[in-house]
Write a protein that binds this ligand. Structure first.
Ligand code: TYD
Ligand code: MG
Length: 450
């Protein structure tokens, strides 16, 4: 029977029907339709206008007050710290260290603020074991183990924290809904209720969410729209370094990066990432580039292993780099340096598997491949910057100045950079020798001439 007070709305595309379907007629998504109750009162009668439109000149800005997390790396990704009354979503694969990061930060914040850590996944004893392992000592941090949404809101109401942490949103349960914890409707309803409560009461709310296998936060990305800040905690569970990436930030720069390492005693911030991602030794097959992540530049080694292939199709594999970029760079080398790689397997990896998307690392990748192929070391104390065009030309790169500055800080003596950067060459000529290069062939002649 049709219910005149309900409508059924696809949560994927917004298609509306008066009847429930298992599959949306419009976008063909399964189980995306949910019932939404219509309001029976006319909005016009009940909502009085209390706000008026304003001119920009009339709007007064208040200083945003921020709460420091005790980790400089975390604060930088947040844009300077947690903003009062903001909602932050911290995503990441299970086991990557989200609870550890947040518990360490909570311990530090609780030294000066009222913090409530709500654990819906673990018992109080489990959290205490982790706490002792992290050697956090005494603190005023309050912990509450519960997964029922209304009990959690009651607890937040009574403890009145400045910062509340939910670990994790997928374990929460709103008993008004019949679906299981972790389902899209549960995740969505729990987060919107919590968000509303936190906004009304000026509580900074940090929500942990597990990411699904395809890399999206569970609840088809819906949470990302609700919150002010989306952070992703990534890394390889075997390697120790962990990256905290800003995906969205209403209070700061996005794509900012914080780097940590996971030790026996918890997470430790890495203040000088260049030292972690370079070996500073001169070896055949290894070359160094400078990559920019967020507002920071740092050096990363790229290593290649090029071996005679025994397969009909030679093997190409990458770690930390897109495989298609490798194919493209190999094609450019074959065509423009006239080195044939079709009989060689080619393995290219960044130090520590650190993911590099900066196209200006192309030249460095090419030099490391050729260096391994001909078994010759690249010139000493040199970094390589430049995006390779398909015609073998080196293209202009962004943030060259900050890359050069990082190189100087690290004590490199030379840098191969794309041409038409004479201003930068002049500016830094007393500190580093910047060699302007036109194309890949020119770069190889200089980099591998020794
Ligand atoms: P955890 O914070 O529980 O991950 P998440 O909340 O993202 O699921 O971290 C779990 C992993 O971190 C676990 O494999 C053990 C490791 N770990 C350390 O190496 N050192 C530590 O001090 C802690 C607390 C955890
Ligand atoms: Mg956890």
């Amino acid at each position: 029977m049709l219910n005149k007070f309900s409508r059924y709305v696809c949560q994927n595309c917004g298609y509306e029907t008066s009847q429930y379907f298992g599959r949306c007629n419009n976008c063909k998504e399964w189980n995306s339709i949910i019932e939404e109750k219509k309001s029976t009162l006319s909005k016009k009668n009940i909502i009085k206008q209390t706000k008026k439109s304003k001119l920009f000149t009339e709007i007064k800005l208040q200083e945003i007050s921020r709460i420091k997390t005790g980790f400089n790396e975390f604060d930088r990704v947040l844009g300077g710290g947690l903003v009062n009354g903001s909602i932050i979503l911290l995503g990441g694969e299970p086991g990557i260290g989200k609870s550890t990061l947040v518990l360490q930060a909570a311990g530090k914040i609780s030294l000066s603020h009222n913090v409530l850590y709500i654990t819906a996944e673990e018992s109080l004893e489990q959290v205490k074991i982790r706490w002792d392992r992290l050697n956090q000592g005494n603190s005023e941090l309050k912990v509450f183990a519960e997964n029922n949404l209304s009990l959690i809101i009651d607890e937040i109401e009574s403890s009145k924290p400045t910062v509340a942490i939910i670990d994790s949103i997928q374990a929460l349960n709103n008993s008004d809904l019949e679906s299981a914890s972790g389902s899209v409707s549960q995740v969505r309803s729990c987060s919107s209720e919590l968000q509303k409560y936190a906004k009304d009461n000026n509580i900074a709310l940090l929500i942990i969410g597990h990411v699904t296998k395809d890399g999206t936060l569970a609840g088809p990305k819906t949470l990302e729209h609700l919150v002010d800040v989306v952070l992703n905690f990534e890394g390889d569970q075997i390697a120790t370094h962990r990256l905290l990436r800003g995906i969205k930030n209403r209070f700061g720069a996005t794509f900012e990066l914080g780097i940590f390492e996971m030790l026996e005693t918890g997470l430790n911030e890495i203040k000088n990432p260049s030292s972690n991602f370079t070996c500073q030794e001169n070896i055949a097959g290894v070359a160094t580039t400078i990559t920019v992540e967020g507002t920071r530049s740092f050096a990363v080694d790229i290593q290649s292993l090029v071996n005679k292939s025994f397969y009909t199709n030679p093997k190409r594999a990458t770690t930390g780099l897109n495989i298609n970029r490798l194919h493209q760079i190999i094609a450019v080398i074959e065509k423009h340096v006239d080195l044939k790689l079709y009989e060689f397997d080619c393995y290219v990896a960044t130090a520590g598997g650190f993911e590099i998307n900066d196209p200006s690392s192309d030249l460095c990748i090419a030099i490391s491949i050729i260096s391994s192929l001909i078994n010759k070391k690249p010139i000493k104390d040199c970094a390589f910057i430049g995006e390779l065009g398909l015609n073998g030309q080196l293209r202009k790169t962004n943030n060259l100045k900050s890359k050069v500055e990082e190189c100087i800080r690290l004590g490199y003596r030379k840098m191969l950079i794309p041409k038409n950067n004479s201003e930068i060459v002049m500016k830094f000529k007393n500190y580093i020798s910047l060699i302007e290069i036109e194309n890949i062939k020119g770069a190889v002649n200089i980099a591998l001439k020794n």
